[in-house]
Design a protein around this ligand. Structure first.
Ligand code: GBH
Length: 446
């Protein structure tokens, strides 16, 4: 019997847990970055977030009510190995162990991610992702977690959206650790992230477990009448955003990055691509929107420019709503990688909406429309042959949205960040009904 399609929600440790200094957790780069004046909008603090570290049972109850059969959460590396390497913090592992058991008791498949951007600060101080040693430290941490929970959790995501962590964290400086590296330094970061994935995948697989990589993918749109320069810009953006963290894993080679002035990726040693190639038992796709890519101005630093997609609705974050982009992404992966492509999971999809409170109800029609259209887009991709095995809404509870603090609300559940009161929104009921209708029926696209 094939396993059922996974209907889930996704979250990340730093965005929900709070309790940053409790039970032996060490500081992470996001603790440090968020404390910098101006780093997070209005100085919002991640110290409490959704207080999930204390209220996790309530959140598991919400998952149960929602009727999901899978939950994607992340394990905080600095809870498990507070200094990044060296002593393991048993209390940190205990927290996730209890969560896993509580999920399993309710028939919910735990779908953990090992790294959702919260690098232990001690590793950052030793060079962070610019240092090759961080990759082996990650593999050691992965082994520790797998030894503790691998008996109950068969499938693991190594990294969340390495391209976003690389670009926002190490080039734009708008996410932790807040660096402004240029090519080629930023490509060394990419290589060490890929090496970390490959080494961790080997640890997981040697224990009989599956290793997946989750990428943020954004299909390229061009202007109505593209010039050759627009097409070249689109190809450059595609190589950097969509293929840098996929080609090496699925094809065993880096995409052509010559448009970025990089003849080669720095830090690649003999044997590295062998570690990285073929190291994914599944690809997680986080999809939010396509990108309009244009030729850059003369003398611009990058070989592309990003334009604004017009004529479609936008989310509260200002992101364009283009559900067909999700179909294009899933089908495009199947076409590009063919036999080399393992099963796909949509590991994040969702939107930030303005919620309106009506008689104690939280109405979010924008989110309902977003989810319905994107679930239909997944169906369309499956009907066209894409092997999609699951769909996860970002996210369960309104949470700490990185540099936006608590301003953007992506949850199916409203959180009052003063009182921590959780109120399921209308979209919660809608998603619950979709799941109920679809899990009762045979597993095929509608
Ligand atoms: C994910 O990142 C993260 O994994 C998650 O932690 C986060 O909370 C969630 O998404 C929501 O942000 O300028 O209009 O073209 C998403 C990464 C990068 C996706 C910026 C959208 C640009 C939109 N995002 N991107 S636009």
């Amino acid at each position: 019997m094939s396993s059922p399609f996974l209907w889930g929600v996704a979250s990340a440790a730093f965005q929900v847990e709070g309790a940053l200094a409790e039970d032996g957790r060490g500081p992470s780069v996001w603790d440090t970055f968020a404390a910098r004046p101006g780093a997070v909008r209005d100085g919002h603090s991640p110290a409490v977030a959704c207080d999930h570290y204390h209220r996790w049972q309530q959140d598991v109850d919400l998952l149960d009510r929602l009727g999901v059969n899978a939950y994607r959460f992340s394990v905080a590396w600095p809870r498990v190995v507070p200094q990044g390497t060296g002593p393991v913090n048993k209390a940190g592992l205990d927290f996730y162990d209890r969560l896993v058991d509580a999920l399993l008791e309710r028939g919910i498949t735990p779908f953990p991610t090992l790294f959702h951007w919260d690098l232990p600060q001690a590793l950052e101080d030793a060079g962070g992702w610019s240092s090759r040693d961080t990759a082996s430290a990650f593999a050691d941490y992965a082994a520790v977690v797998a030894d503790r929970m691998g008996d109950r959790v068969p499938r693991w995501i190594t990294l969340n959206e390495p391209v976003v962590h690389m670009a926002y964290g190490h080039a734009f400086g708008t996410h932790a650790p807040g660096h402004a590296l240029e090519v080629p330094g930023v490509l060394a970061v990419a290589h060490h992230l890929l090496l970390a994935h490959g080494l961790a995948a080997a640890e997981l697989r040697s224990r009989g477990l599956e290793a997946l990589l989750t990428n943020n993918l954004s299909p390229v749109r061009g202007p109505q009448d593209p010039t050759g320069a627009d097409l070249a810009a689109g190809a450059a953006y595609d190589a950097l955003h969509n293929r840098l963290f996929t080609d090496p894993v699925l094809l065993g080679s880096y995409p052509d990055l010559s448009a970025f002035g990089a003849a080669e990726v720095p830090g690649v040693r003999e044997g590295d691509l062998g570690v990285i190639a073929g190291s994914a038992d599944g690809i997680g796709v986080n999809y939010y929107n396509p990108s309009l890519v244009l030729a850059p101005e003369e003398g611009a630093g990058l070989p592309f420019a990003l334009g604004e997609i017009t004529g479609v609705p936008t989310t509260a974050f200002g992101w364009p709503v283009v559900p067909e982009g999700l179909t294009d992404t899933l089908v495009g992966l199947s076409e590009r990688y063919g036999e080399a492509l393992p099963p796909l999971y949509v590991t994040e999809n969702g939107c930030s909406c303005e919620d309106t409170v009506v008689d104690g109800r939280v109405a979010d029609p924008g989110r309902i429309a977003y989810l319905e259209s994107h679930i239909a887009a997944v169906d369309a991709a499956r009907a066209r042959g894409a092997d999609v095995r699951g769909y996860f809404v970002w996210t369960l509870t309104d949470n700490f949205e990185w540099a936006e603090g608590y301003h953007q609300r992506f949850g199916l559940v409203h959180v009052d960040h003063e009182t921590q009161v959780r109120t399921p929104k209308d979209s919660f009921a809608r998603y619950r009904d979709i799941i109920a209708a679809r899990t009762g029926a045979p597993d095929s696209p509608a």
